[in-house]
Design a binder for this molecule. Structure first.
Ligand code: PHE
Length: 342
């Protein structure tokens, strides 16, 4: 091969050499620029070129040298600029992909599902209603007197300054809807989000979830309510737990009670979760007030009913010893990951 042909071939190789990163830049330098590279071999050969050809071959050789040096300089600048911007790509496309992380169910979903399973096995059916409600379904039909403090702007979010339309403050509104539309026997579980105008803190939130139960039939008794809740508590917290009922007040139930379960964390010995009382409050309950049945077109002389309601956030707190309500909505992956069910 003549020296001219060798120069042309080298030029092609210089042009085609792919410089993508610092390593290939160095390969290029060793091959074409360094004193021991291919180009210096050509310069050695050049010494043997007859004098009359020297001018022409010399021009070709110099053009090749300039092309190699220009390419080297331009690529070097480019790679250095990228490195400064931290953009230099050391991405290896042949690496195996990072597997997608499996998500976890939210603890509210897990426990809500558990609670629903327990009651559906007892014959309760699920029922849902809208989050934007009328005053009638959320308050009046539930026997709240017109001046009841729970209607105060402090507790309730009203929609569009219309005092008759509001964000439901409890899921009891679904019970009104169902009792108005269906004839007894009624055995439903209403589940969903509720809203109260509270400042967000470790113990309060303006949005939370409730599960409420309602059973209306002939001869429904307080004993049945108690047995239903005892069965529920044993299923959820373990078979050793006991319940107790303390007298309480709700406008829509009479008599009304707060229901406590014996603390399963310390076996009622007293711990910081049960505040050394041995008991944890889990829900409100009572016999449906005759006025409520009447408001829904159900004859209170013929039918009786019981109702109970609990906050899912609170049940999850008790079950998993969670101290701050805000964790539920912060979406911190470190919190959520702990509830993976395998
Ligand atoms: N609706 C009540 C509340 O939100 C809970 C409750 C439901 C109490 C049914 C008694 C009976 O606090």
């Amino acid at each position: 091969m003549s020296i001219e042909q060798q120069i042309t071939r080298q030029l092609e190789e210089v042009n085609h050499f792919a410089i993508t990163d610092a390593a290939s830049l160095e390969d290029f330098r060793l091959r074409f620029i360094s004193k021991k590279g291919d180009l210096s071999d050509l310069f050695d050969l050049f010494k043997q070129v007859p004098n009359e050809q020297k001018k022409q071959v010399g021009q070709l050789l110099n053009a090749l040298k300039a092309a190699a040096e220009n390419k080297f300089r331009a690529s070097k600048e480019q790679i250095e600029a990228h490195a400064e911007n931290n953009e230099i790509s050391d991405f290896d496309v042949s690496l195996p992909t990072v597997p997608n992380q499996f998500g976890a169910l939210h603890p509210l979903t897990i426990v809500g599902q558990e609670v629903m399973d327990i009651f559906t096995k007892m014959g309760f059916t699920l029922s849902e209603g809208p989050e934007i409600e009328t005053d009638w379904n959320n308050f009046s039909a539930l026997n709240f007197a017109d001046n009841h403090p729970a209607r105060d702007m402090q507790d309730t979010f009203f929609v569009d300054k219309n005092p008759d339309i509001l964000l439901r403050t409890h899921t009891s509104s679904v019970q009104i809807r169902t009792m108005t539309e269906q004839k007894p026997p009624i055995r439903i579980l209403s589940v969903g989000r509720v809203f109260r105008n509270e400042t967000i803190s470790a113990r309060a939130h303006c949005m939370f979830h409730q599960i409420e139960g309602l059973y209306v039939n002939t001869k429904v008794s307080f004993a049945e309510l108690k047995q239903t809740l005892l069965h529920f508590a044993k299923e959820l917290f373990g078979h050793k737990v006991q319940i107790r009922m303390r007298p309480s007040y709700f406008p829509f139930t009479e008599p009304s009670a707060e229901v406590d379960v014996s603390c399963s964390l310390c076996h009622s010995k007293g711990c910081n979760v049960c505040k050394y009382t041995g008991w944890l409050e889990i829900c409100g309950a009572g016999m449906v007030h005759p006025n409520v049945l009447k408001n829904c077109g159900i004859d209170p002389m013929q039918y009786t009913g019981f109702a109970f309601g609990m906050g899912i956030e609170r049940i999850v707190m008790l079950k998993y010893n969670i101290k701050d309500l805000r964790l539920y909505t912060e979406n911190d992956i470190r919190f959520l990951r702990q509830f993976k069910i395998s």
